[in-house]
Design a protein around this ligand. Structure first.
Ligand SMILES: [Zn+2]
Length: 266
């Protein structure tokens, strides 16, 4: 009996010793929607990116507190000069020291509006066709065209655009900015496969649900997050209409409708 007990204990020790240690869970990229076109992306490397940071938009009931809590940001990306996309960029730039990623024209307009000059330069600017490396290679950003306008509070601010944001060890995220459907969206994936598409669906100033569903068909992302709807009554597109249009269009992407303030791991 005693011999058997020793054997069992030996076997157990060996078995446990042979058990590989579970690898530490890899950090995931997280995506937070503040409502409208405003998103926060936190990379596995701990870098914080804000896109079109209109944090205090009417759909975000906790806008003041959310903005106050934003004390760290590495990049602020702005797709075009309209107030609902520039949003709180200047305030965030001032308090975090974040570099501004925007076209040369829009960046200069925002520096004119108070964005710290030393946080916008050749290292963080570009234009359609450009594909730049940022944060020591943690992030790549391609400047994607959009069919829209870009006046910045009365100042010329170049052309409107979108961004394809590719994160090292994480997903690639296409923020359409404000745009209509255009055939060259099929070329976005030439930069590399799109994992998540953040698509405007509100109609009136941008694609509505049906055209946005066609855009998803062209871009072929694994999932799509609807944005730029319901912030004002005139932005009439709904998640339900978008879901129906996606189904009808035969687009394969998974619909990930976020609630304002929700954070998801990608
Ligand atoms: Zn807009």
């Amino acid at each position: 009996m005693r011999y058997l007990a020793v054997l069992i204990s030996l076997f157990a020790t060996t078995a446990f010793a042979a058990e590989p240690k579970p690898a530490p869970a890899a950090a995931r990229t997280t995506l937070t929607w503040y409502g409208h076109a405003a998103f926060k992306i936190v990379t596995p490397g701990g870098k914080t990116l804000l896109v079109d940071p209109w944090i205090k938009n009417p759909a975000n009931k906790t806008g003041e507190a959310d903005l106050a809590a934003l004390d760290k940001a590495d990049l602020v990306l702005v797709t075009h000069g309209h107030f609902d996309h520039v949003g709180d960029a200047v305030e965030i730039g001032k308090k975090t020291g974040a570099k501004l990623v925007a076209t040369f024209d829009l960046g200069n307009a925002l520096v004119g509006a108070g964005y710290p000059k030393e946080q916008f330069g050749f290292d963080s600017t570009g234009n359609a066709g450009g594909d730049i490396e940022l944060l020591g290679g943690d992030v790549r950003v391609a400047f994607i065209p959009a069919v829209h306008s870009s006046d910045a509070n009365g100042h010329a601010a170049g052309s409107a655009g979108g961004f394809l944001i590719r994160i090292k060890g994480g997903p690639s995220i296409y923020h359409t900015g404000d745009t209509d459907l255009f055939g060259d969206m099929a070329l976005v994936a030439e930069h590399g496969k799109v994992d998540v598409m953040l698509a405007c669906i509100g109609d009136r100033f941008t694609m509505g649900p049906k055209r946005a569903a066609e855009a998803v068909k062209l871009v072929k992302p694994a999932s799509v997050v609807p944005m730029h709807f319901a912030t004002f009554p005139v932005l009439t597109g709904t998640v339900e209409a978008f879901a129906a249009a996606l189904k009808q269009s035969g687009a394969k992407a998974e619909l990930k409708a976020l609630k304002v303030g929700e954070t998801v791991a990608l």
